[in-house]
Design a protein around this ligand. Sequence first.
Ligand code: CUA
Length: 326
Amino acid sequence: MRAGVIRAGGLSGLLLLLAGCAGEQSIFSSAGEEAERTLLLTWILSIGSLVIFLIVLAALALALWGRAEHRRWLSSQNTVVRGGIIFPVVVLSALLIYGFAALNSGSPAPGEDAVRIRVDGLQWWWRVTYLDANGEPIETANEIHIPVGRTVELELRATDVIHSFWVPAYAGKVDMIPGRDNSLTLLAREPGVTRGQCAEYCGGAHALMAFGVVAMEPDAFDAWLAAEAEPANITDEAGAEAFLRTGCGACHTVRGTPARGTAGPDLTHVASRLTIGAGILPTSRDAFLDWLKRHKQIKPENHMPAFDTLAENDREAIAGFLAGLE
Ligand code: CUA
């Protein structure tokens, strides 16, 4: 799509670009309070600057081609003081006060029943850890489920380089910095699926470091989290054997099996996620197979070994096994 925008010239290019503003990762469709405030500020600044720009152009036209009396009015001390000093001071001060107010009303206050989620940014995926009522961690990856109407406290960290956590539908960007814990509080208004994206260049596959955010009704969320806490339901013994024998478990965890690796995403319930590869392919058995075959082309520079020596039947078996991990 991006290449298409560059190739298509003029108006069609602009139309394509605007089409990119709609959809699940649009900065123009807010699903939470904080995003709404940011959006309002964006509109005020955009429309305000456009109006001022038009006034400046009109003044320029007047200076170049206006009648002598108009030009005299334009260059009078009165006009210069009002338009060049008083107007900008008043407008910029008002915007500054409004901007600070919008910032300070900041995130929703964390409630008693707030959901705590730790999100680690890694090259180039997201480790998502829920802390249940007993403080026990429940790990998943590349998809964040949140309940509607309950505040969600996100603890944002990074372990390798600086990333930036961004879900435009809910809030602004927050950097994830190694050695420092940042936080962000979200409040979803209604159920729905939106998309987030790493917003800070973090190396090769930065543009392919996305994630889904699924806002659910509180009951559905509780049921989802309870299911997520369960170990994997292994129905495909042969597939599990291939997965373990070929060494996948060195980097990936599948709870309920000896696979305990932590270098890559936890795969315990990977088939229940909307996408694989951190927002890259819609989940399906074919997508797992495709990933195993040519993930170095699908997501260049990702840290998973190429595994191009894998036998075709092992690949099929592993794809089937992963597709069964609901
Ligand atoms: Cu992580 Cu860009």
